[in-house]
Design a protein around this ligand. Structure first.
Ligand SMILES: [Zn+2]
Ligand SMILES: [Zn+2]
Length: 279
């Protein structure tokens, strides 16, 4: 595993998204424990069980996110790069693609990212929240991050729904509450000290839906061994079990529960003729 030399993205949008994520994760964790769960259950073993579960989820979310940010998945993480001068003399190099921006011959399924300004191995997409591309070396961490984020946000959403609509229903049930949630401008007209609960509730709901949709979308691609921008989604299909190993490695079960688990990716040769980008 090779780490990137610089993890600060060239894009201001990426930096803002990453800062937001690093602010919202501990904020929601603190809110759920200190306000929602402590008020509903009191300080007893039920709360402590939730704290342990919450710590496990936050640990997996943060450690996987750090791996997406730190891991170098560019073509420079391999030793097999070919220079343009070699391209002219080495007949086997013609199977690879020439990137005119990097001035290198790069392996099939590698595409250039304009934000990272480098070619990425088996590039899937550029992740704004990590400020890095998701590709061959960090795809596993991206998926496990999504899984735990989805579980955490959905877990919070159900508890918050109970807290807002039932436990503290008298403070929140009003005709203008949904308007306050979906159009925060309404908070100016019907102001109350409890509005911040609704704001967090809305963010958690969006987080749950957003990560749930992404998780299903990317899992559908992974079981076919496809990436987001590839034209022919079935071109590299090697069977479901092998397709999963290409992303999660040989110890895929460990990788789900323990982000530091070693799980080696199989070596696969991609047929360059099938390496086509959809846009
Ligand atoms: Zn390039
Ligand atoms: Zn990128």
């Amino acid at each position: 595993m090779k780490f990137r030399k610089s993890i600060i993205s060239n894009s201001k949008q990426d930096i803002a998204c990453s800062l937001f994520l690093f602010f919202i994760i501990p904020t929601v964790f603190y809110y759920e424990i200190q306000h929602v769960l402590a008020e509903i259950h009191g300080y007893n073993y039920i709360l402590y069980t939730h704290i342990i579960l919450g710590c496990y989820l936050v640990f997996n979310i943060v450690v996987n996110l750090m791996h997406i940010i730190l891991i170098d998945t560019s073509v420079f993480s391999t030793n097999e790069l070919m220079t343009t001068s070699r391209f002219k003399t080495d007949p086997t190099a013609k199977d690879w693609n020439l990137c005119d921006k990097c001035e290198l011959i790069v392996p099939p399924r590698s595409w250039h990212c304009d934000v990272c300004n480098v070619c990425i191995l088996k590039r899937d997409h550029h992740c704004m929240f990590a400020g890095n591309c998701v590709g061959l070396n960090n795809n596993r961490y991206f998926m496990i991050f999504l899984l735990h984020f989805f579980i955490g946000a959905t877990y919070s959403f159900f508890y918050n729904s109970y807290y807002i609509w039932i436990y503290r229903g008298t403070s929140f049930i009003a005709w203008f509450t949904p308007f306050k949630m979906f159009f925060p401008m309404f908070m100016m007209f019907f102001r109350s000290n409890n509005d911040w609960h609704l704001f967090l509730y809305m963010l958690i709901m969006i987080g749950s839906i957003f990560t749930g949709v992404l998780l299903v979308y990317h899992m559908k691609l992974i079981v076919k061994n496809a990436t987001t921008h590839e034209k022919n989604k079935g071109a590299y299909d090697l069977g479901r079990a092998q397709n999963l190993k290409i992303v999660f490695g040989d110890r895929w079960l460990w990788s789900i529960f323990w982000p530091f688990a070693e799980s080696t990716l199989p070596e696969v040769y991609w047929n360059p003729a099938e390496s086509q980008k959809s846009r």
